[in-house]
Every structure is written in C-alpha cells, then in structure tokens.
Design a binder for this molecule. Structure first.
Ligand code: MN
Length: 233
C-alpha cells in the first residue's frame, strides 16, 4: 500500500503531463513547407531548374518560416488553419497577411503544375463551366494572361469559382488571394499564376508576357479539374 502510494503520485503527474502535451501539441503545430510534387527540373524548359530551387526552397520556405514566427506572437491564432486565417485576414497583422497568403498561394502553385504533357485536359464539367463563363478555353486563357500582364508590380492572376458556381478571372496584389476578406472579388481559387519577378526573371527577364504564354504548357488540368469538383461540394 505504501509502495503503491509512493508510485501513484509520479505516475499521476506523468499522465497529466502527457495529457497536457497531447492538448498542447496541436496548438504548437507549425506550418510546414510542402515538398515539391516533382523534381526541380521537371518543368524545364518552361520554368528552369534554378528558378524552381530558389522559388520553392528560399521564397516559399521564407513565407512558411515568417508565418510561423508571426503566429507565434499571436496566441489567439495558434492552432487555426491557414484557410481560417485567410478568411479573417482583415483583422490580422500585415506579417500574417503577407506570409499566410504567401504560404497558401505557393502551395496551390506547385499543385497546379506538372511536367509539360502530363497535365492532361480540363474535365468535361470544368470545360463546360469555362465555356459558359468565357466562351472558350482559349478566351479564358487570354483573359487570364491579360489580368496577369496588367498586374502592376507583384501579385497573382486567378481563375476562381464564385459562390454562385460561375467562373471568373481576377488578380490580387502582393500575396493576397481570393480567399481573403480584403479582396474585391472573393471565390475559391482553381488556378493561380505567380507574376512576382522571382517566378520568371532568371529565364524570361522582363518578358512577363512570354512567361505567361509558356506557362500554360505546365498547367496540370487534372489537378485544376479536381479543384473545380471539390469547390462545388
Ligand atoms: Mn512566388
């Protein structure tokens, strides 16, 4: 009995500590840099290997690291999903806005690209929706490229699904995106292209239009079609 009592307290404390750790673990969970789903040279010659290495390993990593640092300073934000942060971004500090946006935008960017020839074609459902909203796939691409070319400075061009199911082309500055409560046209992004100079300058220098035109060769239409299907649920 005495022995049992002597050991029961440390065991009880250990159990409490384990419970506390288990509860705290999700709160302390950091955002992670997702691995590239293909090799760094897989998108060449449309996007060169060195650009991919720097873009993913340096730029995207910095957004993740800076987001973790920014969230660590805001106890109320810990444990929130990236999407939750974006939906209420108007009330959050600029460091959270820039880096949560940077992390989300780049995560989708890697996921909507594939080596040239591997991306397939839009699903029948997506193609129908594109034709209804823009007339044709080519017209949508032209409107997308125009929005991307017209973005002054740094930002993104997007194909989004609006709440009513229709599709639209939008553009956002810096690392904003259509999931944020600060943009004029909100929706679910199906496809976003990065028009920051770091995305293309090593290979295309100031020729953003050439990059935009070539980029369609590495769009993963199977991934975009999946995103369209998921967005409707
Ligand atoms: Mn970028």
């Amino acid at each position: 009995m005495t022995t049992s009592r002597r050991f029961s307290r440390p065991q009880g404390l250990t159990a409490l500590l384990l419970i506390a750790l288990a509860l705290a673990a999700p709160l302390a969970r950091a955002f992670d840099l997702p691995p590239l789903p293909y090799a760094h040279n897989a998108l060449a010659p449309v996007v060169d290997e060195q650009t991919m290495q720097i873009h993913h390993g340096k730029h995207h990593k910095a957004y993740v690291d800076n987001l973790n640092a920014a969230v660590a300073k805001e106890p109320a934000l810990q444990g929130k999903s990236l999407e939750d942060l974006l939906a209420g971004i108007s009330k959050l500090p600029p460091a959270v806005r820039n880096n949560a946006g940077g992390h989300w935008n780049h995560s989708q960017f890697w996921a909507v690209m594939a080596p040239a020839g591997d991306g397939g074609a839009p699903s029948a459902e997506l193609l129908t929706a594109i034709q209804q909203s823009f007339g044709s796939l080519e017209a949508m691409q032209e409107q997308f490229n125009q929005a991307a070319a017209a973005r002054f400075g740094s930002g993104w061009a997007w194909l989004i699904r609006r709440l009513d199911g229709s599709l639209a082309i939008t553009s956002t500055a810096n690392q904003d995106n259509p999931l944020m409560d600060v943009v004029t046209e909100r929706g679910i992004p199906l496809l976003g292209n990065d028009v920051w100079e770091h995305a293309y300058y090593l290979q295309y220098q100031n020729r953003r239009a050439d990059y935009l035109e070539a980029w369609w060769q590495v769009v993963d239409w199977q991934a975009v079609s999946s995103r369209y299907a998921a967005a409707g649920k």
